[in-house]
Design a protein around this ligand. Structure first.
Ligand SMILES: NC(=O)C1=CN([C@@H]2O[C@H](COP(=O)(O)OP(=O)(O)OC[C@H]3O[C@@H](n4cnc5c(N)ncnc54)[C@H](O)[C@@H]3O)[C@@H](O)[C@H]2O)C=CC1
Ligand SMILES: O=C(O)CCC(=O)C(=O)O
Length: 448
């Protein structure tokens, strides 16, 4: 084992010791450090000058209480977080997640991933993430509004259009962004692009809603084409039925695929005739109902309780678009056995490490999240540009930038993998290509 490899193993041990009981964060760091061994062997300055140690330590963690009142007058106190992980190449950028599973370790893992993802977009954005253990599910609009206003009443002190620009993630969509932006504007008396994913009437960008799902398909399309494959005629399994899943379904279908599954945290639907996306949009975006309602309108489809079964449905391409660690080794084995030839991650870290290893070992094409789902944040950066210029671009203009960004990103990741002796390994390629720009900026600054 090289001295550099030993150093990274020791660093990983320190990360585990200093961040106890945060398995998702450990998992994300472990994957990146493993990929970076050949990079630090080629350039040991990254270790000597402290870049590696600084990289795994957030620049700042903000943790605060969020008191709010429900419609019955009861008081609740949730926890809010913002992890400002790395600002080497631009203001902190990354979403806010509202979900009961949120704790510091989840936000750290997401913020860490965001550093490399944002760098891969080629745009000047640093890495951050935030959120709360608040569950918007089942809450009235008024309750969600009061929660968002309370959350922003603390968060506004730490963010700004040139400092930190949050956006949506699980449980934070257009409604929540509206309440958060309104409260920021009121507190600061400023109309600036401090959040992205805004409504079109107050500074949002066309195509931001579609961007993560569309970008995932643009990335996957490049990967498939390089291997002589395509979406045309392919059967696609998608998990989730939120923002990423819906627009991945839309674009995969437009590219000639038949999407046969979608899910939520209760179960999944299998529609052998192809998912009726207008129905899913109505159920999820308008009525905020469970996916099981799908079969009341489409009785020829099947609903199954439990979400992991979605990967047992035979498919050619799998797009996990729900949440972290939703596709484990047994799911990977089922995909391999059923002849699936490609997996592209729409959610953040949806595949467990042993699943990724099995899929790659079986020769499937594998697109890792930090590359494949970067279209959302890339389009957020385009929203920031439009806000700064006080302009708005057409849907076609933004979509064409997005397509170019995802194509370049694919080639950069594939190129880095080949250059560092791992041809075809987009996990290694994305980690390396994302790291280099950030690390070189950190070297330039000296120890800060
Ligand atoms: N919205 C965005 O622009 C981006 C989102 N992501 C990631 O994509 C994933 C999905 O995010 P969004 O679509 O924005 O959230 P969302 O809140 O719109 O949708 C999440 C969906 O996943 C489902 N879900 C949650 N837990 C689940 C589970 N255990 N099993 C099955 N389904 C489950 C929910 O029911 C919902 O349908 C997350 O990992 C997020 O971090 C990544 C990049 C950008
Ligand atoms: O658009 C953004 O800034 C948020 C995107 C995000 O949270 C993600 O890429 O996971």
């Amino acid at each position: 084992m090289s001295i550099q490899n030993e150093y990274l193993s020791g660093l990983m041990e320190r990360v585990v010791r200093r961040n106890p009981a945060e398995p998702e964060f450990h998992q994300a760091v472990q994957e990146v450090l493993t990929s970076l061994v050949p990079v630090v062997e080629a350039k040991p300055e990254y270790i000597k000058e402290g870049v590696m140690d600084c990289l795994v330590e957030p620049e700042r963690i903000i943790k605060f209480r969020v008191p709010w009142e429900d419609d019955q007058g009861n008081i609740h106190v949730n926890r809010g977080f913002r992890v400002q992980f790395n600002s080497a190449i631009g203001p902190y950028k990354g979403g806010l997640r509202f979900h009961p599973s949120v704790y510091e370790g989840i936000i750290k893992f997401l913020g860490f991933e965001q550093i490399f993802k944002n760098s891969l977009t080629g745009l000047p954005i640093g890495g951050g993430k935030g959120g709360s253990d608040f569950d918007p599910k089942g809450k009235s609009d008024a309750e969600v509004m009061r929660f968002c206003q309370s959350f922003m009443t603390e968060l506004f002190k730490y963010i700004g259009p040139d400092t930190d620009v949050p956006a949506g993630d699980i449980g934070v969509g257009a409604r929540e962004i509206g309440y958060l932006f309104g409260q920021y504007k009121r507190l600061r008396n400023e109309f600036t692009g401090v959040l992205t994913g805004k409504g079109l009437s107050y500074g949002g960008s066309l195509a931001r809603t579609e961007a993560t799902g569309y970008g995932l398909c643009y990335f996957a399309d490049n990967m498939l084409k390089d291997a002589g494959r395509s979406f045309e005629g392919a059967k696609v399994a998608i998990s989730g039925s939120g923002n990423v899943a819906i627009y991945a379904c839309e674009k995969a279908t437009a590219l000639g695929a038949k999407v046969v599954t979608m899910s939520d945290s209760n179960g999944f639907v299998h529609d052998p005739n192809g998912i009726d996306l207008a129905l899913v949009k109505q159920l999820k975006e308008v009525e905020r109902k469970r996916i099981r309602e799908y079969v009341t309108v489409r009785p020829e489809a099947e609903y199954h309780e439990g979400c992991s079964g979605v990967w047992q449905v035979p498919c050619d391409i799998a797009l996990p678009c729900a949440t972290q660690n939703e596709l484990d080794l047994s799911a990977a084995k089922a995909l391999i056995q059923n002849g699936c030839f490609a997996v592209a991650e729409g959610a953040n870290m949806p595949c467990t490490p042993d699943a990724v290893e099995a899929l790659q070992a079986a020769g499937l094409l594998f697109a890792p999240a930090k590359a494949a789902n970067a279209g959302g944040v890339a389009t957020s950066a385009l929203e920031m540009s439009q806000n700064s210029m006080r302009m708005s671009w057409s849907f076609e203009e933004v979509d064409s930038h997005l397509k170019d960004i995802m194509t370049n990103l694919y080639h950069n990741a594939a190129g880095a993998a080949a250059q560092y002796g791992k041809p075809g390994d987009l996990v290694a390629g994305a980690n390396i290509a994302g790291f280099l720009k950030v690390a070189d900026a950190m070297l330039a600054y000296g120890l800060v």
